[in-house]
Design a protein around this ligand. Structure first.
Ligand code: XBP
Ligand code: MG
Length: 281
């Protein structure tokens, strides 16, 4: 097969015909905040203890369990390995739902006490995008009540007006890495995937966004640093603050110390250019 080598001028010409960046879709856990190790994990463990169960997920075990997205799904997976008889009870679905509800309530309480901060650059970038009229959305596997608690604790009264569309938890049957939550959000925003950019932190996240056709920026964290982020627009340590610069780890390089709107537009335009020139498209 003949390979097409894009030149700077052909990339510019192709990108000119592609949709401009209109919306940014944020993942939540691991992206907006480091919620997993000291938030969700603790809430699961407290829910197990309060329910009289001897399960306790260590930091390492929880890292492995993150491959199963969704809290109910994660409990079900662990039960299938450790106590399959629990899943054979006639009321097992109700048991699981009640246990997860307890976990979600504990998580919301933890978040309300202010123990989980937004990651570097998240509030700065969201405010810049909102101020510039870029549309904002959320695509997450997390339960809606847990997300709302995090948003209110982080953004106060502004929480409800910042994000135009919120896709969370069970609004779709198949969670990430399936693309369904991105399809759900895109339908409600009435936007094509190429007009959006996703910010994710994990392999299930980039698989979901990419399968929906949304170009994706990755901000890694301790649980996801070694994962495969092939196909990402760019991989960075975090979104960065002027006094605490982010670092490039792969893909398109970061120009400067922070991810800002100008940087997102630049990456988005380059992605559009290479997509249109790719022989597969
Ligand atoms: C991460 C998840 C979630 C949380 C737990 O979601 O997989 O399941 O770990 O939340 P994302 P719930 O990265 O898509 O934000 O217990 O509410 O499911
Ligand atoms: Mg995530």
């Amino acid at each position: 097969m003949t390979s097409i080598q894009p030149t700077a001028s052909t990339v510019t010409a192709a990108a000119a015909a592609a949709p401009a960046l209109q919306a940014v879709i944020f993942d939540v856990d691991g992206t907006l905040a480091d919620t997993e190790r000291d938030g969700h994990r603790l809430a699961f463990n407290q829910a197990f203890a309060r329910s009289g169960m001897d399960w306790e997920w260590s930091v390492g075990t929880y890292g492995e369990l993150l491959a199963i997205t969704g809290g109910k799904e994660r409990i079900r997976h662990f039960a299938a390995l450790r106590a399959p008889e629990l899943l054979k009870q006639p009321d097992s679905d109700a048991w699981l739902a009640a246990l997860h509800q307890l976990k979600s309530d504990i998580y919301s309480e933890l978040v309300r006490t202010g123990t989980i901060a937004l990651r570097p650059g998240v509030a700065r970038l969201i405010r810049e995008l909102h101020g510039a009229g870029v549309r904002l959305a959320i695509a997450t596997t997390t339960t809606r009540s847990s997300l709302d608690s995090l948003l209110v604790a982080s953004f106060g009264d502004q929480a409800r007006s910042l994000f135009e569309v919120i896709g969370a938890g069970d609004v779709v049957a198949d969670k990430k890495p399936a693309p369904d939550i991105y399809h759900w959000v895109l339908r409600r925003m009435r936007l094509p995937p190429a007009a959006c950019l996703a910010i994710e932190d994990s392999r299930p996240g980039i698989l979901a966004a990419s399968a929906a056709g949304v170009p994706t920026l990755i901000t890694i964290n301790a649980y996801t640093a070694d994962q495969d982020f092939g196909g990402a627009l760019s991989v960075v340590t975090d979104l960065g603050e002027p006094a605490a610069p982010a670092r490039s780890l792969g893909g398109q390089p970061l120009n400067g110390s922070c991810v800002d709107l100008a940087q997102l537009r630049d990456w988005h335009t380059k992605a559009a250019g290479s997509r249109r020139l790719s022989p597969a498209n």
